[in-house]
Design a binder for this molecule. Structure first.
Ligand code: FES
Ligand code: FES
Length: 187
């Protein structure tokens, strides 16, 4: 028997998105397939790697481990929604670039989400708190130290975003896994 589709209204990055989904649709599939927000990555699909992390009402969750219907009426923030505006980087994103906190980039959206959630609640975390906050996110490339350094840098008093607007747009695209631009250039 085919399950009856369900209508949900989920606020994603500040915009309410009414959609009709199958009850079995995961939140990560909803974001990627229904909304085209492919910055949220899919890795293990069973709650281990953290690549699919998004904020649900401000708290990090595994988008592969919940259904879209469970987010009905709630607010989701994806990596695309972390920057203050389109084409800009947040301090954390900028600091990731400064400290080379990403290599292949697969873990990066989830790491950024975890780090943003941390500094929203604790603007001056110490190293142990940073390591604890990213402890549920796996990175096979960086050894984690550069990610810890990025959070320390971003939360240093007076830290300002350094990249130019054009460079920011390219770095933001890299961080959400979009590397092709309309003008034919690549990040
Ligand atoms: S894809 Fe969700 S935790 Fe790995
Ligand atoms: S940068 Fe490759 S998995 Fe983290």
């Amino acid at each position: 028997m085919t399950p009856t589709p369900v209508t949900v209204q989920i606020k994603v990055n500040g915009i309410v998105q009414p959609r009709t989904v199958e009850p079995r649709t995961t939140l990560v599939d909803f974001l990627r397939d229904h909304l085209g927000l492919t910055g949220t990555h899919v890795g293990c699909e069973h709650g281990i790697c953290g690549a699919c992390s998004v904020l649900l009402d401000g708290d990090p969750v595994r988008a592969c481990c919940m259904f879209a219907v469970q987010a009905d009426g709630r607010a989701v923030t994806t990596v695309e929604g972390l920057a203050p505006q389109r084409g800009c980087l947040s301090k954390i994103q900028d600091a990731f670039c400064e400290t080379h906190a990403l290599q292949c980039g697969y873990c990066t959206p989830g790491m950024l989400v975890a780090c943003h959630a941390l500094v929203e609640k604790n603007p001056a975390p110490d190293e142990a708190q940073i390591r604890d906050a990213i402890g549920g996110n796996l990175c096979r490339c960086t050894g984690y130290q550069q990610i810890v350094d990025a959070v320390k840098l971003a939360t240093r008093p007076g830290y300002e975003v350094k990249a130019t607007p054009a460079a920011q747009a390219r770095q933001q695209a890299k961080q959400v896994g979009h590397t092709h631009f309309r003008d034919g250039t690549h990040a």
